[in-house]
Design a protein around this ligand. Structure first.
Ligand code: PGA
Length: 252
């Protein structure tokens, strides 16, 4: 049985104090979620990772990016050993904003996934098509390439711990949700692709939907068979709204 997972992606938001204030308030929230078999986590900016962990050591905390090399001449980058040094064991990989603005490719995502698993970390690998690709009916081609190249060389054991987030680029931060049918169809397609490559372990992979998820629509997504959770941007920034997301998933 796959556990539900609600993950907040804070992007380039919140000062250290703001992040810490959220973390303090999230202590009760995390307990409530876990009591209802829901895992929650947040991905703050690098500078706030430490503060969030300190204020709520039980909350899962992810970096939003990492470099695949352990160290070297890569000005401005953060390595996996640096994250581990802070006790951070989760990391987003290939978010569409990194692909669009920072030239992240399926190949670099693959290097990051391999490096994260080599360090026993848990990646959330983001995939999704642009509006032009969606309109040209190319969604499945794009997703297939992202999944096949991204997961190249992983072991079955790696894959059992992997989280994949399907985030159609056209729905991120736009308020234009993908329908629950699209979310289910593509999350199911992703699970099938993983099954073709890695076998039965595909049933253990948690697949999230992301893109304008709000308290009002979160339950409908998570009711879909192959949607195991959500990656949430805007609606994860305020603790009240994050709380509402969790409560709405729990509600009957
Ligand atoms: P959004 O962002 O919820 O604000 O659309 C989602 C994401 O980028 O992960």
């Amino acid at each position: 049985m796959r556990r539900k997972l609600l993950f907040g992606n804070w992007k380039m938001n919140k000062t250290r104090e703001e992040a810490k204030a959220f973390a303090v308030e999230s202590v009760a929230l995390n307990k409530y979620a876990l009591a209802h078999n829901i895992d929650i986590g947040v991905a703050p900016a690098f500078l706030s990772l430490c503060g969030v962990k300190k204020m709520n050591p039980d909350l899962t905390v992810a970096a939003q990016n990492c470099h695949f090399e352990d160290h070297g001449a890569f000005t401005g980058e953060i390595s996996i050993p640096m994250l581990l040094d802070l006790g951070v064991t989760w990391c987003l990989v290939g978010h569409s904003e990194r692909r669009t603005y920072f030239a992240e490719t399926n190949e670099t995502c693959n290097k990051k996934l391999l490096a994260l698993f080599a360090n026993n970390m848990t990646p959330i690998y983001c995939v999704g098509e642009t509006l032009a690709e969606f309109e040209a009916n190319k969604t499945k081609d794009v997703i297939k390439e992202q999944v096949l190249v991204g997961l190249k060389g992983l072991t079955k054991e790696n894959v059992s711990k992997l989280v994949i987030a399907y985030e159609p680029v056209w729905s991120i931060g736009t308020g234009k949700n993908a329908s629950t049918e699209i979310a289910q169809d593509i999350c199911h397609f992703i699970r099938e692709l993983v099954h073709e490559q890695f076998g039965e372990v595909s049933e253990e992979v948690r697949i999230l939907y992301g893109g304008s998820v709000k308290p009002e629509n979160v339950k409908a997504y998570l009711s879909q068979k192959d949607v195991d959770g959500a990656l949430v941007g805007g609606a994860s920034l305020k603790v009240d709204s994050f709380k509402q997301l969790i409560e709405n998933v729990v509600s009957e």
